[in-house]
Design a protein around this ligand. Structure first.
Ligand code: R1P
Ligand code: URA
Length: 321
């Protein structure tokens, strides 16, 4: 940390740069794509007008922000890493530096529980629920009787939350319009395809909370996938961020009942990297194909979604003089 930060409640430097993401007003656009890693972020930014970002900042905490334009419309890509805690840093700190409405689209990878959605499929979830490990279930004071009864469960499974319908439909249309041809040997001979209106779950870990078996840890999850399918029939994908983005958008949107209060709309696109029914995992060349297709489609969808002028951030790195 190089800058002096002010205000322990919401630390920022003297110019308003936030503590972890490290950006200030005018560096983040109203339309944001959030991804897990830097390679994907740069691949998306290479599709911006002019082939590159106009602004780039990699914070000491490793949040990478790339802002540019697509078809003349300002868009920011933020690579945040993985999991719920980084979503909280990302959403709150971007909200703090953007005036007006925000449209936040998660472009991530996921695992598929649905045999009809193999690797090579890009899904657009409409709804997502959360899975969190219940630490007390594993606590030494919890008895075997309590664990055997229904009084304590190893995983908390939330109610689902929806994305924004217009954002969902626009993402789906853009992906369908740009579906790529696939080289021989990719995706075990299957075609690239898109599926909308998918039900997703976001877990607080890649391993235990997604039902992966690990003999080195007590995870009490041998029947977790079955329980998820019983509680939320139709669940198709598992990843680690979409639900919390929807949850924090809901909490931001409910702060004020004023019709003019700024809003956050959300959407997600998920590329299937892991097939949990066959155990197959994607190859690097297949990843690149899906990321370029999905990246271009999400930029096109975001650029086509309107935000009223009075709810758009006034000036930024994208402004012409
Ligand atoms: C786990 O491998 C990571 O992959 C998925 C999960 O949500 C988690 O962040 O998304 P990304 O590929 O965007 O990181
Ligand atoms: N990301 C996840 O969180 N889970 C998977 O199975 C694949 C990618």
């Amino acid at each position: 940390m190089k800058e002096v930060l002010l205000d322990a409640n919401f630390p920022r430097d003297a110019e308003g740069r936030t503590y972890h993401v490290g950006t200030k007003a005018g560096q983040v656009a109203n339309r944001i794509i959030t991804v897990g890693d830097h390679v994907r972020a740069h691949r998306i930014a290479s599709q911006f007008d002019g082939g590159k970002a106009l602004f780039e900042h990699n914070s000491q905490r490793n949040f990478l922000t790339l802002t540019g334009t697509f078809d003349g419309v300002p868009i920011t890509v933020v690579a945040i890493g993985m999991g719920f805690p980084v979503v909280d840093f990302f959403i709150r700190e971007c909200r703090a530096v953007v005036q007006g409405d925000m449209i936040v689209v998660r472009l991530g990878s996921c695992g598929s529980l649905n045999p009809t959605l193999p690797i090579g499929t890009v899904v657009v979830p409409f709804t997502s629920f959360g899975i969190t490990r219940n630490y007390d279930y594993f606590h030494p004071t919890t008895t075997a009787e309590q664990r055997a009864s229904d009084s304590i469960e190893p995983y908390n499974i939330s109610q689902p939350l929806d994305c924004d319908r217009e954002v969902h439909d626009t993402l789906l249309k853009a992906l369908e319009e740009q579906t790529p041809e696939v080289k021989d040997g990719f995706f075990h001979g299957a075609k690239a395809k898109v599926q909308g209106n998918v039900m997703n779950a976001s877990a607080d870990s890649f391993y235990g909370s997604q039902g992966r078996q690990d003999a080195a840890f007590l995870d009490a999850n041998t029947n977790l996938i079955e329980v998820l399918e019983q509680r939320h029939p139709g669940i198709s994908t598992l990843e680690m961020e979409t639900f919390l983005i929807n949850h924090l958008a809901l909490c931001a949107n409910n702060v004020s009942a004023e019709p003019e209060a700024p809003k956050i709309k959300t959407g997600a696109v998920q590329m299937i990297f892991a097939n949990r029914t066959t155990s197959a995992f994607i190859t690097p060349d297949e990843v690149e194909l899906l990321e370029r297709w999905a990246g271009r489609s999400v930029c096109a969808a975001l650029a086509s979604l309107s935000i009223p002028a009075n709810k758009t951030h006034p000036h930024g790195v994208w402004s012409k003089s």
